[in-house]
Write a protein that binds this ligand. Sequence first.
Ligand code: RIB
Length: 306
Amino acid sequence: MQTVNDKRTDPRILNFGSLNIDKVYKVPHFVRPGETISSLGYQCFPGGKGLNQSIAVSRAGHRICHAGTIGADGGILEEVLTGSGVDTRYVRKTESITGHALIQVSDAGENCIILFPGSNHENDQAYMEKVFSDFGEGDILMLQNEISNLDFCLQKGREKGMRIMLNPSPMDERLRRADFSGVTWLMLNETEGQEMTGEREPQRILDKLLERYPKLQVILTLGGEGAVYGSKSERISQPCYPAEVVDTTAAGDTFTGFFVAAVAEKKSAAEALRLAAMAAAITVSGEGAAVSIPDRSAVEERLSII
Ligand code: RIB
């Protein structure tokens, strides 16, 4: 029998995603226009939606290859990925500055983030072609919106017959107008759902997205209200599990990574949502992004006692 330690290898999962250094400032409240405040604490963590999601997949027990570009100062991010069991053979290093994020975390554990894309915007098509040449039909491709040439990645994944998990964060004008017909799973939050559909009510957001893309499976995360899932044949509501909120950074990334690992194991959408929701609940009770993502065993243990 396969255990979490000898990770599952089938199907193969490729995450073409961002790698950031997160500079996290603890603040009494988010800084307002014209205001200067002193932070109550500062810490530097590995992060980036891409890196966080790869680590979540790996900690959920599935092998994953990460591709993306770090700058001269980004070696630590590669080490963190490797240390978490992620395959980094496709990670590329340039002489530029690694992407970073300035993150304010309030007393309530909420965050707001300024991104500097840095080397995440140096992913060019020739490099992508090379990486994609190793993947094919049935493999899973994970994407977020923090790298350059995202459209090209979507196109390559589709051409190769890969199943695509797209997390359209951070949302921008280009993505609002993008064609998602090659996407298998769309993982987005309520604000992104509203921006894409003009609807406010979660079930209406699902209706609108499924009208546009009938083959899509949509996972709409609702913060403290949990998540809803919709496909053409099924609707599921997944409540949030109770947690003491310290820092919500990477909760969505953890949810995404555990969901992908679970569907790669052929678990049902309902089982995948349950696992993802518990993993996210554990993540919000720790500081930082990647460092707060739990192992599968911790998630299973918590699920066994609720
Ligand atoms: O989703 C959280 C991540 O968003 C942080 O780690 C930060 O790097 C930004 O990309």
